[in-house]
Design a binder for this molecule. Structure first.
Ligand code: ATP
Ligand code: MG
Length: 361
């Protein structure tokens, strides 16, 4: 990537380390990390630059006498306005520019790593704004001119694939699809995080999480959840992973009620594939009815199964893309601001859009 100097677009399920990769790239190259976190309704002033209106106002206040002097010999209002307009460049110059990440990346003296995180959450309008930056490493400010990067930044974009990105954006990037790592690599990552869980348990945990990923879950557990689970178990002082303790803590990795239930059902089998599952732990609603009675502790598995189906029907994945095992909300923030769907785009196209640029002094 560093040789090709093309932006890198990382795609993959939530929590596989897309953001982490950009941070690591910055750390490894000793570059400053600039981050543009994208969200719905974000407008370009948060991505490119804003005019520092407060500072402009302060300067005009301080310079009031000077302005009066300048206008002293004007006879009409039109003349005065013309005279002021002539001084535009004094107020629309770099001094009053408040750079946001894209412009900052371009203006930086030292080369930086620019992370455009979760670009799929941004509106298409913002995506269009990104194009100039991605292709040319430059940002145009109409009142001043075009800033071209002195040293091209490394640009990393991440996407959870909640919507298709435009072909124009894709064309400008190199693509990398991050998948769940293999067991050895995941164990290595787990070790590097000093979770406090002993090695044998960590090894088993990785296998169990991999087993859970094989289930039909709405949000498959990712690396970050493996890490969280390991930390939780370590805090609880667990060294022997049995079905019971995993059952108690599985909600650390399963973020939907349906997923918790399915994971619990599968745990005894994942913990010990060869064991004949004791009746008391058998959540595995039987394909064979050979255990005879369906009632254990007073509930029937068939009814549970029905309930699950009803829930499953209600739990229809909204904007999730099953091809990814989907994102129900970011792993770190389950109360995801993704629901703010209704106003999408509205703010970007609101009448005051861009007004910050042309605000009169
Ligand atoms: N491959 C990895 N190597 C090291 N740490 C990882 C890796 N994957 C995930 N992690 C850990 O998991 C956490 C979450 O990862 P990260 O935020 O990078 O995921 P993401 O892919 O950006 O997810 P999202 O799509 O939800 O933003 C990180 O804090 C990091 O500690
Ligand atoms: Mg991320």
């Amino acid at each position: 990537m560093s040789r090709l100097t093309k932006p890198l677009l990382l795609e993959g399920p939530a929590g596989v380390g897309k953001t982490e990769l950009a941070k690591t790239l910055a750390a490894a190259t000793g570059r400053r990390l600039l981050r543009l976190q994208c969200y719905e309704g974000q407008d370009e002033t948060k991505a490119l630059y804003e005019w520092d209106y407060g500072k402009q106002l302060l300067y005009t206040q301080i310079l009031r006498d000077k302005a009066a002097e300048l206008l002293a010999d004007t006879a009409t209002l039109e003349d005065a306005v013309d005279r002021i307009a002539g001084a535009d460049s004094a107020f629309f110059n770099e001094r009053f520019l408040a750079p946001r990440p894209l412009l900052e990346a371009v203006r930086s003296e030292e080369p930086v790593v620019l992370l455009v995180d979760e670009v799929d959450r941004a509106d298409e309008a913002l995506e269009a704004v990104l194009l100039e930056m991605l292709a040319e490493y430059q940002v145009s400010v109409p009142e001043i001119g075009t800033f071209v990067a002195k040293a091209p930044p490394y640009v990393v974009l991440t996407s959870n694939n909640t919507r298709d990105l435009s072909a124009a954006l894709k064309r400008r990037c190199l693509h990398l699809f991050l998948k769940y790592p293999d067991a050895d690599r995941e164990l290595e990552i787990l070790r590097s995080k000093d979770t406090g869980l002993d090695d044998a348990a960590a090894q088993r945990l990785v296998q169990i999480v991999r087993g859970l990923r094989g289930l039909d879950l709405r949000k498959a557990p990712s690396i970050s959840e493996t890490i969280d689970w390991a930390r939780t178990l370590a805090v609880l002082g667990v060294s022997e992973l049995d079905a019971e303790v995993l059952d108690d803590t599985v909600s650390v990795v399963a973020k939907y009620e349906r997923d918790v239930q399915r994971s619990r059902d599968a745990l005894p089998r994942l913990v010990d594939p060869n064991a004949t599952v004791p009746a008391s732990l058998d959540h595995d609603h039987g394909h064979t009815h050979s255990h005879g009675s369906h009632t254990h502790g007073g509930h029937t598995h068939d009814h549970e199964d029905d309930g699950r189906r009803v829930r499953a029907a209600k739990d229809a994945p909204g904007r999730h893309d099953d091809s990814f095992g989907a994102r129900g909300g970011p792993a770190e923030a389950p109360a995801a601001p993704r629901e703010v769907r209704s106003g999408q785009g509205a703010r970007s196209f609101a009448p005051n859009r861009g007004s910050a640029r042309r605000r009169p002094v």
